[in-house]
Ligand binder design. Structure first.
Ligand code: ATP
Ligand code: MG
Length: 179
């Protein structure tokens, strides 16, 4: 799956509609501290279905909505649109996918794929098939590298096993040995 474009409106510090083109190859985002670099990565994770406000550095999910500043009023919704080339199912050929997530104060999140209302689960499936998704080890948050280096060996092993997708095997082996 190839990400092509990210559009944000009212998401965290991106109060005015903003568009980021993601070209093939390496994309770098540079800017001073606090300008919103990490917010962009969180927008990608959010539109793919992240359901934990904590992993978006918030206390509640509505904290992703622009909260206002001294000179600008708060917004009452946030919307992120991710455009990608990918498939909706295993037997589907690659096509243009436009995935939208929108949250309104007091009304929760709603998702759309190519303009059609869908469930959170449908969005999770699109990205799970592409081995990405909100919990993909491909997304490494700020501070996580330092956490890996500082971890005790047993903790580090657990992180690597989770990243490799084999953490569940130990649970099943212990379960089998106990029988
Ligand atoms: P650094 O270089 O320090 O890692 P960064 O470019 O990654 O910085 P971010 O952490 O993405 O910066 O952006 C932080 C900014 O986003 C802060 O100024 C914070 O106030 C703002 N912000 C976060 N959530 C909201 C919100 N809901 N409404 C308005 N502003 C927000
Ligand atoms: Mg940052």
């Amino acid at each position: 799956m190839q990400f092509e474009k990210l559009r944000l409106s009212g998401f965290k510090s991106f109060v005015e509609p903003a568009e980021l083109r993601i070209e093939r190859g390496l994309t770098g985002v540079v800017g001073p501290n606090g300008c919103g670099k990490s917010n962009l990565l969180e927008a990608i994770r959010w539109v793919m279905g992240e359901s934990s406000p904590k992993s978006l550095r918030g206390g509640g999910m509505e904290d992703v909505i622009f909260a206002g500043t001294g000179t600008r009023p708060a917004r009452d919704f946030a919307e992120v649109v991710l455009t990608a080339r990918g498939s909706l199912a295993d037997n589907d050929s690659d096509r243009e996918l436009e995935v939208t997530r929108r949250i309104e104060r007091g009304a929760g999140s709603a998702y759309r794929i190519n303009g059609r209302d869908v469930r959170a689960k449908d969005v999770a499936l699109v990205f799970a098939d592409a081995a990405t998704g909100a919990h993909s080890p491909a997304l490494v948050s700020q501070g996580r590298i330092a956490a890996v280096i500082a971890a005790k060996p047993a903790e580090r092993r657990q992180m690597l096993e989770e990243a490799a997708g084999i953490a569940g095997l130990h649970v099943r082996r212990r379960d089998a040995e106990a029988k």
